[in-house]
Design a protein around this ligand. Sequence first.
Ligand code: SF4
Length: 84
Amino acid sequence: MKTTDHQTAQKIAAKRAGRLATTPDRFKGHFAAAWSANCAPRRAVKAFCLECNGFDPDAIAGCTAYACPLWNFRPYQGSEARNG
Ligand code: SF4
C-alpha cells in the first residue's frame, strides 16, 4: 500500500509530538528549529546530542564517544550557556 503525502505528514507530526512530550521544556525549541526547513545544521546537532546524552549539557561537553561523527561538532564545549 502506497503511503500518501497526507499520511506521511500525519506520521511525522505524531512522531514529533511524541518526541516533544519527552523533551524538557527548555530544550524543545532546538527540536522545533531542527524540524524547520531553514534550520542551521548546528542546531540539529545540538538537538541530537541533547537527546543522545539525556538532555545533560555537562555530559555532552564531557562526551567520550570519540568515534561519534558528531563529536567535534557537539555543543557546550565552550562558554555556551548550559540552560538552553
Ligand atoms: S557527540 Fe556525544 S552526545 Fe553528541 S551524538 Fe555523539 S555520542 Fe551523542
